[in-house]
Design a protein around this ligand. Structure first.
Ligand code: RNT
Ligand code: ZN
Length: 418
């Protein structure tokens, strides 16, 4: 079927495919730099394991080992995906020139100048994350540690990251979402659950006392139910993070990662719950399998439902900050990035091609039969033809094309890496 026929089909449902495609092209989605090197970064010994309750698995060769390699791989991803990309960096990806290494509490905007140049040349905004893991100063706790020196180091890191986020936002002229997540917690039943949370809260208070323009810098608090090695307790639980954001609405926003809840909970349903109260929220879109496994995002039911809630709640106009967060080391990393980014674009386009006003009306009128029928029939509407057209308009390769290019890149560039 051609685009024009597909467009007709959708217009029978009262849907304008032109409006949907035009809208999607304006929406920034953050591309996480950490898929390219298995979350190692450049500021610590790359042979040391990833800590903080997260883990990459797989031994696919050719991971990026230097800022140059990582940037080249990201450039390749930019060729392969449609839509508006924003970068998302971790503090551990600081680029130290002429041996001027600085520890995390001493990081400065200048350590991200290379990334600013990279983003400017490509017209991208940039989000940011302090890195509270994979570092000798994790004792293993960070912001919730009972050790004053440990806490001070990590608070100073958080403050340095606020300054860097402010720099990224001002240089690039787009807001910078700065996400605070720590893996602080315990493997087994704690003797004190309150103490670490009170210390965590006070530490975040201190970090957010660093001056920043809240219109441009959006600190977030990301909760997590458990992590590898912190199965029994996390300081930054859901209630902790959400309460923090609710009590500090003039300073930060909540962030939800859909790998961070009990397996039968769904983030799609939590989006409108939070948007009832918060003007703005942030998301990490990932795919958990049985645990927070951070598999590549698929075009699956929950990703589509998350996208539908973002669209239906008016989230595309800045209320929902959308970011990807996964890391698969078992497959070609450029493809992992591209598949996940493309799938999120697909899910958003699919959501924009729903007759959302009509569905709402049917629900309010109590016509649950028609509500079900329409939603089911739209699943087999000629979505693929609209998707192909969207890729063409973004001058991005269609399904079936991008993979060939990714294989060429692997053969000509990646395979030359030791
Ligand atoms: C970990 C959190 C966190 C990290 C990134 C690297 O479970 O999801 O967001 O994945 O910051
Ligand atoms: Zn996350």
């Amino acid at each position: 079927m051609s685009y024009l026929e597909a467009k007709e089909k959708y217009s029978d449902f009262g849907i304008d495919t032109e409006i949907a495609m035009d809208k999607l092209r304006t929406v920034p989605v953050s591309l996480h730099c950490w898929q390219g090197d298995d979350v190692r970064g450049f500021d610590t010994d790359p042979s040391k394991p990833l800590t903080g309750g997260i883990q990459t698995t797989g031994n696919y060769p050719y991971r990026a080992r230097t800022p140059e390699e990582l940037m080249a791989d990201i450039d390749e991803v930019l060729k392969l995906v449609p839509g508006r990309v924003k970068m998302n960096l971790h503090a551990s990806y600081a680029v130290f020139e002429n041996g001027d290494w600085a520890d995390r509490d001493r990081l400065e905007p200048k350590h991200f100048k290379k990334w600013v140049d990279f983003c400017k040349e490509r017209g991208l905004g940039c989000d940011f994350n302090p890195t509270f893991f994979s570092h000798p100063k994790c004792d293993p706790l960070t912001l919730s540690s009972p050790d004053e020196k440990t806490r001070r180091f990590w608070i100073d890191h958080g403050k340095a990251c606020i300054r860097i986020s402010q720099y990224l936002a001002s240089e690039l002229g787009q807001k910078c979402v700065m996400n605070i997540w720590t893996g602080d917690g315990f493997k087994d039943i704690p003797g004190d659950r309150l103490g670490p949370r009170v210390r965590y809260k006070e530490a975040i208070d201190e970090i957010l006392s660093e001056p920043y323009d809240f219109a441009l810098v959006k600190p977030c608090i990301e909760p997590k139910v458990f992590g590898i090695g912190v199965e029994a307790y996390t300081a930054g639980s859901a209630e902790f993070a959400l309460s923090y954001a609710a009590f500090n609405r003039d300073k930060c926003i909540p962030l939800m990662d859909n790998g961070h809840y009990h397996p039968t909970e769904v983030v799609s349903d939590k989006i409108p719950a939070l948007l009832t109260f918060f003007p703005e929220i942030a998301l990490h879109v990932t795919r958990p399998i049985r645990w927070d496994s951070d598999h590549v995002v698929l075009f699956d039911d929950e990703t589509r439902e998350i996208a539908r809630e973002i669209v239906r709640c008016g989230g595309l106009d800045g209320r929902v900050n959308i970011a990807l967060d996964y890391f698969d080391a078992s497959i070609n990393r450029v493809c992992a990035w591209a598949v996940g980014f493309r799938n999120l674009q697909k899910a958003l386009l699919f959501a924009l091609l729903q007759p959302n006003d009509e569905l709402k009306k049917l629900q309010d009128e109590g016509d649950f039969t028609k509500l079900m029928v329409i939603q089911e029939e739209l699943k087999t509407a000629p979505f693929g033809d609209i998707w192909d057209e969207y890729c063409r308009r973004c001058q991005s390769p269609e399904d079936g094309e991008w993979f060939k290019e990714a294989l060429r890149y692997e053969k000509e560039i990646l395979s030359k890496r030791g």
